[in-house]
Design a protein around this ligand. Structure first.
Ligand code: ADP
Ligand code: MG
Length: 244
């Protein structure tokens, strides 16, 4: 593996009596693409949210580039910029144009000048194929277009790592590939990515590693090829039997 960028060591988290992350050890190398897969409720979203500190953890450590996650304030805003996150629901600001959605973070958090932020935003919107929609509002775009804007908005912050939590599961089938294609492009360009998805085509095309979670634990991890054809654990075999 390349130099580790995101490192989780012995991470634990409960929601009440529910032990949602159990002794999670996970290292993600620079430029590595890790697909996280597993049954609903297994802790995949909580894992992603812990990495950009939308959830706190009770024990263990999470470091990014060797530094522990900050607790609050400016450092936390900086962390959220360094760790981009794309959710199932697109989470764009409804009352702002597409262009403003993408420039807001760079102007507010990165303190970029408006003109420079807009120039870069237009480049990113072009990269994800929605430059023609720049002056529109989110509701005027399709789900696939909105999700691509959400990706551009994260990229505008020059993140070190991008987290994707089921980015295509709220999309109509015909829009899934336009979003996955953007993500495959990002992976090929060397972005470090953690992607919660059951899209095996994406995993096979872009992932270096598949991490299988169940009941808050990492049960097994392997290359996509090996995992999808030759899973070792009963839990993984059972799960794959249901989704394949
Ligand atoms: P996944 O993304 O794999 O479906 P989650 O990480 O969303 O799983 O959830 C793991 C478990 O934690 C589930 O049982 C879920 O119901 C529970 N959970 C998630 N968020 C909360 C919360 N804020 N409060 C209480 N329970 C939660
Ligand atoms: Mg989830």
């Amino acid at each position: 593996m390349t130099e580790p960028l995101v490192v989780l060591k012995d991470v634990n988290k409960h929601f009440g009596d529910l032990h949602v992350l159990r002794d999670i050890d996970l290292e993600i190398g620079k430029g590595e693409v890790v697909v996280v897969i597993g049954p609903s409720g297994s802790g995949k979203s909580t894992l992603c949210r812990a990495i950009n500190r939308l959830e706190t953890i009770e024990s263990g450590t999470i470091t990014i580039d060797g530094k522990p996650l900050p607790q609050e304030g400016k450092e936390l805003a900086q962390l959220r910029a360094d760790v981009g996150m794309v959710f199932q629901s697109f989470n764009l600001f409804a009352h702002k144009t597409i262009l403003d959605n993408v420039t807001l973070g760079p102007i507010k958090v990165r303190k970029e000048k408006k003109a420079a932020a807009e120039k870069r935003a237009m480049e990113l919107l072009e990269r994800v194929g929605v430059q023609q929609q720049a002056q529109k509002y989110p509701a005027q775009l399709s789900g696939g277009q909105q999700q691509r804007v959400a990706i551009a908005r994260s990229l505008a912050m020059n993140p070190k790592v991008m987290l994707f939590d089921e980015p295509t599961s709220a999309l109509d089938p015909e829009m899934i590939n336009e979003v996955l294609d953007v993500m495959v492009g990002l992976a090929r360009d060397g972005m470090t990515m953690v992607v919660v998805t059951h899209e095996m085509g994406f995993a096979r095309k872009a992932a270096n590693r598949v991490v299988f979670m169940a009941d808050g634990q990492i049960v097994e991890q392997d290359t996509p090829e090996e995992f999808f054809t030759n899973a070792k654990s009963e839990r993984a075999k059972d799960f794959l039997g249901k989704i394949l």
